[in-house]
Every structure is written in structure tokens, then in C-alpha cells.
Design a protein around this ligand. Structure first.
Ligand code: GLU
Length: 605
């Protein structure tokens, strides 16, 4: 196993810097002369004085500026997130929700804000059943593109609350750079164009969305400048009047009216049914503090997001199982075999127990108990893959003894999309923010609030769309759908050493788990851990994996009985490592989703 401080730092020098200089930024070289080049992106930066990592160069730059001017990690995180609402409007924005995890250098505590979207009070159990047919709507694009899928957004309140708890700047200050970016425009890259093209049919079905995101009837060209004065004006409004201007008053009324009667075009075949979010739902929304999940992996303390996210318990349970094995002494095949087996088990338990803790009893302590992990590890055969899906364990009665051979289980239906966005910030004082935010599907519900410049989420499709009374993630009014978002902060001897998070729907859990294992157990540098080909077993017969993973490790793992399904890419993570002398390694994806942008205040050459 990688040692603690010394090894974490010892590996930070050569590998990280070398990788940073090798990776060119996407798009620039290919841009013809008459087109603008997107700003350069570098996936790894090493230095001091604060760091930001996100998927987008403009957003990371805006966050870094805040740090440079004396803002702290929360100030920079909100400015970065607001900018992502401009440049990544299909993944995140004020129409969605997320989970904000904060480490305070002053108190030494990790705390979290639950900004998850909430079901409206009138949401019925059969919300996703087409009244015409009595059957579930086809998932994409029909169910997704609907008022019925829209939950009460949590992102604006999360920003305001985080700034009040930990920030030094006002909401107005934090939104200003993003508003400027929206007015001046950003340069369209391949990823933004492709995401627009992929959503063209459903965006064209909604007048307000077509008007904003399909200018002239088609997706914006790569190299063109995309402006969104409407979101700039909405940010200005929130800056002037405060976050209450989102949850009450004219904007709240417009949101409710848009959900009740989505502005669909006359000539679309999509049903785009209405939903239930009312002005009362908006006024009643809260973003509660949640105790973070806590588990240990060897000498590391791992803090994650508690329910309604399944991230903290699932990552923590899999780590508890894995710490029973000497992964460092294993070859790749053995180590990945154990990673795959442990994540199948964690997903079986996730399906059985995870939901909104305000509505269902979630046995968080049991799921993170080493005795429970010991019992769950009993089913792992070091020399053969278990048939999957595997059964859930009994989190209410366990003793850590291997007397109950594990049986077959069921694979939970998985409709979570592979998008969302994530950012990581560390400031000069040692405060850390790990923040994952989303509007769920790429393009959310596809419904833009007319004249306001942002798309409403479709987060309610993260509920189990078919109602079953014993399902912890069943639809209920005023409930938050289960999430997979896994913003994670790792401490060693009470000091933060690593923060990591990722987009990717349910694969968020496996991406974060794998990065942690690559870094903490397998002696990889953080940039190597971020670049490593990914694998994602979510208690299904087939294990998802990137083509490079299958090419490198698929042969021997298949001989153990694993079966793989190829997935082009898994995650677009960000992470920052903090060395004992304050040396920061800021990392974003080297290539996934067009690559990310990692920056530090004072780079080390
Ligand atoms: N809706 C997902 C969740 O809350 C995230 C969506 C995504 O990553 O694409 O876990």
C-alpha cells in the first residue's frame, strides 16, 4: 500500500509534471483560421497558494481569479459553479441540484449541504405512467423531456447557504464573473456542440430551448461564440435581490408556470406532459445540512455524501471490503477482480437500502460498519468471479461471520444518465470544497424557463420510475430522489490530503472508488489514477469498462469469469491532492469529455 504523507508527496514530482506537459488541449489545433479557439486546458497543475479543477477552462479561470484576489475555497467554488451554469448548461445550473462538501481548516471539520432537488407536494406515484397507454413513458426522450420529471431546484439555495456558512463574498460578487462570461460569450467546443446535437430533437420540441440553444435552428458551430444574456440577467437579479428572488416572486411564478405548461412547439410528437412544481413547493424548499458519511480506509479518514445520495455509503462500504485485502501486493488482474467484486456487493446493498432519509430508514451506520463489510466480503472468491447480480446483505442483523453463503440477487433498474459536473477547490488557508452538481440528463428536462436562460432538471427520473411500496427509492411527494453523487474528502491525521468527485450517474460511485483505490492503495500518482482506464461494476451481469481497460485487463479477468460491456468513457472527474508542505496537485480529466482544466495559484515549474 502507498504509505501516508511521505509517499503521497514523494510521488507528486516527476509523473504529475511530465503528464501536464504532454497533453495538448482539445480543439485548438483543429480550429480553422476563421474560428475562435477555445481557451487552453491543462489537466494537471502543481503548485501552491490554492487550486481549482473543473471540466471547463473558463470556469476554472474564474475560480482561480477569486482565489488570487483573496477569496476562499467556498467563494471560488460558487464562482466556478456559476460559470459552469453558463458553459456547461446541459450538465448543471440553477435549475438543478447537487451536494456541497466542505472541510474547514479552522475547525478541522467536514460538513455538507444537501442541495438535492425535491419532489413537489402533489407528485403522484404514477407520475411516469402515460395516461393514454397506461404504460411507463419510454425513458428517452419522452419521460425525461417532461414537466413531470422536474424537481424543485436546490442549487441557488446551496450557493447562498455555502457562502453564508463559509464564504467571505456575497452572492452578487460570486455571480458577477459568470454573468460577464454569459454576456461576452464563450467559445463553443466539440463537446458543447455534440451535446446540443445529441439533444436536437427534444430541444427543438420546446420553444424557449430552441430559441436559446438552437440559434437559427441548429446547434452552434465549433469555434463560434455562444452568448446567454438571459442567464446573465437572472444572475444579476439573484445578486441584487438575493436567493429569495428564485424561490418567491415573479421568477418562482414563471418556473411553476413553465412546469405546469411546458412551452412545447406545435409540431412535435413528444408528449412533454406537465408537472407539479408550484410556487408553494419553491417557497418551502430547504437545503439541509447533513452529517457526512465517515469510514476509514487503512489510515485514511474518508468523508462522503450521506443520503439521499448513495455515494458516501457505497464508496465507503466498498472501501471497507477492499481494505481487508492487500491490494498493493496484488497484480492488476487480482486487484481489479477484488474492485469489481466489492463494488457489485456495495451496489446490491445500495439498491436495498438507499433513499431519502427524511422518508425511509437508511441503515447508514451498518452499511459503513467493518463487521458488516467482513460478512459481505465472505462471498468473494479470490480466484473466480461471482455470478451477478448478487443478493443484498442484511444490514439489520449481521455478525461478520461467514455462515450464510451469498445467493443471487436482482439488478436494480438504472436510468441515471452519465452527465453532471464536478469541481474541486483548495485555498491558501487549507479549506477544501468538493462539489458535484447536476440537472440529471445531459440537457435536463430540455425545458428552458422562457427568458431566464437556464434549463430545468429532470432529477425526478432518479426515483424508481415504477412504484413498489417496499422500494426505498419509490416516488413520494416531498421526497428527494436517490443520488449517486460522491463528492469525497480524505483526511490523514486530521489533515486533508485528497478531494475527489465525478459526474457519471451511477458510475460516479465506481469512478470515485477506483480513483481512491488507484491513489491510496495501488501506488499510482494522482494524475495516473485519473488517467487510468476505468471499470464500473454495478451489480449487473456485465461489468462496464472503457475500451482501454478491456484491452489491457479484459483477457485474464474474463478467464476468472468476468463479462464486460464496453463504454466509451466513464466520468470526467476532478481531484486535488494536498501535500504536507501545502504542495497542491490539481487534476482534471486528461481526455474524457474533451478534457478538463486544472489550475494552481502559484505553479511550480
Ligand atoms: N442524477 C444523477 C445523480 O444524482 C447524476 C446525473 C449524472 O451524473 O449524470 O446521481
Amino acid at each position: 500500500m502507498l504509505g501516508r504523507r511521505s509517499a503521497l508527496v514523494a510521488t507528486l514530482t516527476g509523473g504529475a509534471l511530465a503528464l501536464a506537459t504532454l497533453v495538448p488541449y482539445a480543439g485548438a489545433a483543429a480550429a480553422p483560421d476563421d474560428r475562435l479557439a477555445p481557451p487552453p486546458k491543462v489537466p494537471t497543475a502543481v503548485g501552491y497558494g490554492g487550486a481549482v479543477a473543473s471540466v471547463d477552462a473558463d470556469a476554472s479561470r474564474i475560480g482561480l481569479e477569486v482565489l488570487r484576489k483573496g477569496g476562499n475555497a467556498t467563494d471560488a467554488a460558487i464562482a466556478t459553479a456559476a460559470a459552469l451554469g453558463v458553459t456547461e448548461p446541459y450538465s448543471a445550473g440553477i435549475g438543478g441540484g447537487g451536494f456541497f462538501v466542505h472541510y474547514s481548516a479552522r475547525t478541522g471539520k467536514v460538513e455538507t449541504i444537501d442541495g438535492r432537488e425535491k419532489a413537489p407536494a402533489a407528485m403522484p406515484h404514477d407520475a411516469f405512467i402515460d395516461p393514454e397507454t397506461g404504460m411507463e413513458y419510454p425513458f428517452f426522450p419522452d419521460m425525461v423531456t417532461s414537466g413531470a420529471s422536474v424537481g424543485v431546484p436546490g442549487t441557488p439555495l446551496t450557493w447562498d447557504k455555502a457562502l453564508r456558512k463559509w464564504g467571505t463574498r456575497s452572492l452578487a460578487d460570486s455571480l458577477r464573473p459568470a454573468a460577464r462570461l454569459a454576456r461576452e460569450g464563450f467559445v463553443v467546443d466539440e463537446t458543447f456542440r455534440q451535446q446540443t446535437v445529441d439533444n436536437q430533437e427534444r430541444f427543438a420540441a420546446i420553444d424557449s430551448t430552441a430559441e436559446l440553444f438552437l440559434p437559427g435552428g441548429s446547434a452552434p458551430e465549433v469555434g463560434s461564440r455562444f452568448r446567454n444574456p438571459d442567464i446573465a440577467a437572472t444572475y444579476d437579479l439573484l445578486g441584487r435581490k438575493g436567493v429569495k428572488a428564485f424561490y418567491r416572486g415573479p421568477l418562482a411564478e414563471e418556473i411553476a408556470a413553465t412546469v405546469a405548461e411546458p412551452p412545447k412547439t406545435d409540431d412535435t410528437d413528444l408528449p412533454v406532459p406537465p408537472g407539479w412544481v408550484t410556487t408553494e413547493d419553491l417557497a418551502a424548499y430547504t437545503a439541509p445540512d447533513r452529517e457526512p458519511t465517515h469510514s476509514t480506509y487503512r489510515d485514511f479518514d474518508v468523508y462522503g455524501m450521506a443520503p439521499p445520495s448513495s455515494g458516501g455509503t457505497s464508496v465507503g462500504e466498498a472501501l471497507n471490503i477492499l481494505e481487508r485485502y492487500e491490494l498493493a501486493g496484488m497484480n492488476d488482474t487480482e486487484a481489479y477482480h477484488h474492485l469489481i467484486e466489492s463494488s457489485a456487493i456495495a451496489f446490491a446493498d445500495r439498491g436495498a437500502y438507499l433513499g431519502d432519509p427524511d422518508h425511509v430508514d437508511v441503515p447508514v451506520d451498518a452499511l459503513l460498519d467493518d463487521t458488516f463489510a467482513a460478512e459481505r466480503a465472505c462471498g468473494i472468491d479470490p480466484a473466480a468471479a461471482r455470478p451477478k447480480p448478487v443478493a443484498a446483505g442484511d444490514a439489520y442483523e449481521y455478525d461478520g461471520v461467514c455462515d450464510d453463503p451469498a445467493g443471487p440477487g436482482v439488478t436494480a433498474k438504472d436510468t441515471e444518465n452519465l452527465e453532471t459536473t464536478n469541481l474541486t477547490v483548495v485555498d491558501r488557508w487549507g479549506n477544501v470544497v468538493e462539489y458535484t452538481l447536476t440537472i440529471e440528463q445531459t440537457g435536463g428536462s430540455g425545458i428552458t424557463v422562457p427568458g431566464r436562460g437556464f434549463i430545468l432538471n429532470n432529477e425526478l427520473t432518479d426515483f424508481s420510475t415504477t412504484y413498489r411500496p417496499d422500494d426505498p427509492n419509490r416516488i413520494e411527494p416531498n421526497k428527494r430522489p436517490r443520488s449517486s453523487m460522491s463528492p469525497t474528502i480524505v483526511l490523514s491525521d486530521g489533515r486533508p490530503v485528497l478531494a475527489v468527485g465525478s459526474p457519471g450517474g451511477s458510475t460516479i460511485i465506481t469512478t470515485v472508488l477506483q480513483i481512491l483505490i488507484e491513489r491510496l492503495a495501488r501506488d499510482r500518482t494522482l494524475p495516473e489514477a485519473m488517467a487510468a482506464p476505468r471499470v464500473s461494476q454495478r451489480n449487473a451481469a456485465n461489468t462496464g469498462a472503457e475500451p482501454a481497460f478491456i484491452q489491457l485487463y479484459g483477457g485474464p479477468l474474463t478467464s476468472l469469469g468476468h463479462r464486460f460491456a464496453s463504454t466509451a468513457e466513464l466520468g470526467a472527474a476532478t481531484a486535488i491532492e494536498i501535500g504536507p508542505d501545502g504542495l497542491l496537485t490539481s487534476t482534471a480529466e486528461p481526455w474524457r469529455r474533451g478534457g478538463g482544466s486544472a489550475l494552481v495559484v502559484s505553479p511550480v515549474d
